[in-house]
Design a protein around this ligand. Structure first.
Ligand code: CDV
Length: 313
């Protein structure tokens, strides 16, 4: 009998910055109820920074106003209603939030909870954007100003006959993120994201934003023989238009379920966890076929003069 799990993704539409925390939590709770209505779901996946707007899209000078976007104890009182629902239903839930530690260190974080028990915490490693406001661009991304680089590495946890890892948004574009998880035996990775359609400075990529989203996650799934669960916050939030495209991707690289909107929407799938082991045994057998002794440039600090510039005409 194969190992199976029922996973649901809650894609969110925009969270306006003037919506109260309470209003947003009520919305999340209703969606959690929808996602678990079948009484079979084991895990519900919400996006990056799911409790608030994606505030790095604008400058906030006032520290009190800024700190209102972070949780300063985990679990926080603001998370409590969702965690109570998780406990009542016996369903695990993962979502992203801004984390402010007791030492005032700020992270873009995601946790996996079952009830109020935190099973896993990940702090975003690949922070895009800038640490100062950029003039003359359509929208800001100030993640480097509002967060530090995650300091927890790429942790995994055993849950329900499988091993799970978490990534956050831009982490999904970097092959090393998935490989760090798969080398530790993760068979399932949950990834929340907020991805604007427009990328300042590379506007030529704007028509490819959905494609790059799927390309990155499908490649991550296939090349690491893992289930990849992507959860978007889509639609126009505070003037920034973001993709939806939330999806559940099998270890063979195929999308098995996908959102059709860029607003609040729930998708789900029954997943065969043994598929991961089959692909890992026969195609991506890390023990037999990887050659880490030849990959030193990936793990060592970059030598002077690298990366070598491409020839320009
Ligand atoms: N939240 C993100 O990490 N967004 C980035 C954008 C800014 C490129 C992403 O990788 O989608």
């Amino acid at each position: 009998m194969s190992r199976r799990m029922r996973v649901s993704v809650v894609q969110l539409g925009p969270i306006p910055k003037d919506d109260s925390r309470e209003k947003t939590m009520l919305r999340l709770l209703n969606l959690f109820e929808d996602a678990t209505a079948d009484d079979r779901t084991d895990l519900v996946v919400f996006p990056e920074l799911a409790l608030t707007s994606f505030f790095p899209h604008w400058e906030i000078r006032d520290s009190e106003e800024l700190h209102a976007y972070y949780e300063s104890e985990i679990p926080s009182p603001g998370m409590a209603p969702l965690l109570e629902a998780s406990k009542r239903k016996g369903v695990a839930v993962t979502f992203g939030y801004g984390e402010r530690t007791a030492e005032n260190r700020l992270f873009n974080t995601a946790s996996l909870f079952k009830g109020e028990k935190e099973l896993l915490r990940f702090r975003k490693v690949h922070l895009p954007g800038y640490n100062e406001v950029q003039p003359d661009i359509r929208h800001q991304n100030l993640e480097k100003m509002y967060f530090r680089v995650g300091d927890l590495g790429f942790p995994v946890v055993d849950f329900k006959n499988t091993r799970i890892g978490l990534l956050i948004c831009n982490d999904r574009r970097w092959p090393e993120s998935y490989r760090m998880l798969s080398l530790q035996g993760a068979e399932l990775v949950c990834i929340g994201y907020n991805s604007p359609i427009h990328t300042p400075s590379i506007a030529e990529a704007d028509i490819l934003t959905d494609f790059h989203n799927e390309l990155s996650m499908q490649a991550g799934a296939y090349q690491n023989s893992m289930w990849v669960i992507g959860a978007a916050k889509g639609g126009v939030e505070e003037g920034v238009d973001q993709i939806g495209g939330s999806c559940i991707i099998a270890p063979n690289g195929k999308i098995v379920a996908q959102a059709v909107s860029n607003s609040d929407e729930v998708i789900g799938a029954d997943i065969d966890l043994d598929m991961s082991a089959r692909f890992r045994k026969h195609m991506f057998n890390f023990t037999l076929h990887r050659r880490p002794e030849l990959y030193r440039a990936i793990t060592e600090p970059m030598p002077e003069g690298w990366p070598r510039p491409a020839l320009s005409s």
